[in-house]
Design a protein around this ligand. Sequence first.
Ligand SMILES: [Zn+2]
Length: 247
Amino acid sequence: MYYDWKPYVPVAERRRKAAREMQKLRKKGHPVSPVVIEGRAIAKSFWGKSWCENLERYGDYANRLPRGRTYVRNGSVVDLQIAPGAVEAVVSGSALYRVAVKVAEIQPARWKAICGDCSGAIDSLVELLQGRLSTGVMERLCRQKEGLFPTPSQIEFSCSCPDFASMCKHVAATLYGVGARLDERPELLFALRKVDQQELLASAGRRLPASKARPAPKKLLASEGLEELFGLELEADAKPKPRRRRG
Ligand SMILES: [Zn+2]
């Protein structure tokens, strides 16, 4: 118990210090986005869990990742930003450390193969982002070295801490933090890997049939009058005025 108990106070103190630093950054206009984990699971969604599982299946990482779990759970990742090809984080340790992770974009041939294999199997962006996918599609997207998730050779990282040798706990915490972030914003995975998630959808590259592309004219004419629908809208756009309620 002693071992568990002892670091507790410093962590709380560090957190307060980190919170103050983050507040300063916010005031300077930097959009600070901490990783907040509720409960024990770092990630709960298909995307978040798959990100974490992908990292854990590589021998290169297996020994070093566990140190990041406690860190990410106790709120040490005080800022995490995901951009195309890059993740930047501020992690609170004995000081605040800056972590930078570069993730290679998916090679065009690999992306084409993924889209081809999933072709017609994902109906909407909502289904895709919510991870409501068939087992086959999930398996394809997660396939080692051929799916959406990066291999260690496609990930480069650095940290400003003094004991940065291979993968420090700040980097490990950041990598887990990405998994947690994908729970809330799965679209960031596609941004990170520089691909367009729309290309995975069944409708990709196919035009909508005319009947679905615009509202049926009959219905509009039958309704109470086009000015009500269009005239007022256009006028309201030109110069805003309160709309009358009909009643
Ligand atoms: Zn570090």
